[in-house]
Design a protein around this ligand. Structure first.
Ligand code: SF4
Ligand code: SF4
Length: 151
């Protein structure tokens, strides 16, 4: 009796597995053949952070207010504003670094940025794996390069 019950259960499981395979066999594939095929991130996705350049002036939109740095919950942002000869802070950064490795993609930096259109933004770039985590600390030049073409 036990053998019959176990055999019946086995056949049922086998047919169930085959039915599941059959159901998905002709449906649209949702996986990509990476890296031959690449995923296009939807608009407003959170890839890496970048600094945005003002197309009119060609300079960074950032006014070095440090609000993003103070808001960041993981201290992923480091900003040093430029100073004049008297030591007075200027309205642009001398140093702007983002450690993409400790960023948790919360978006608070983008949200608090007071600049119209935002000076710091997530861009549609998700392929930034490296072997050395120090390389995930992006400096101002790299952040500005990534932000090219974004408004
Ligand atoms: S997204 Fe969040 S964690 Fe990442 S840098 Fe901005 S505030 Fe920090
Ligand atoms: S990116 Fe925005 S919030 Fe951050 S320092 Fe620049 S202007 Fe201020």
């Amino acid at each position: 009796m036990k053998l019959i019950r176990k055999t019946g259960q086995g056949i049922y499981n086998l047919l169930l597995g085959m039915w599941t395979t059959l159901r998905y066999l002709f449906s649209h594939a949702i996986t990509l053949q990476y890296p031959k095929e690449r995923w296009i991130m939807p608009e407003r996705s959170r890839g890496v952070l970048a600094l945005i350049t003002d197309p009119e002036t060609g300079k960074l939109k950032c006014i070095a207010c440090e609000m993003c740095m103070r808001t960041c919950p993981t201290a992923a942002i480091n900003i040093v504003p430029e100073t004049d000869e008297t030591g007075k802070k200027q309205r642009y950064p001398k140093v702007f670094e983002v450690d993409q490795g400790i960023c948790i993609f919360c978006g608070l930096c983008e949200e608090v940025c007071p600049v119209k259109g935002k000076a710091i933004k997530f861009v549609n770039l998700y392929e930034f794996s490296v072997y050395d985590k120090k390389k995930l600390i992006y400096d101002q030049k790299k952040l500005a390069e990534i932000g090219q073409g974004y408004k």
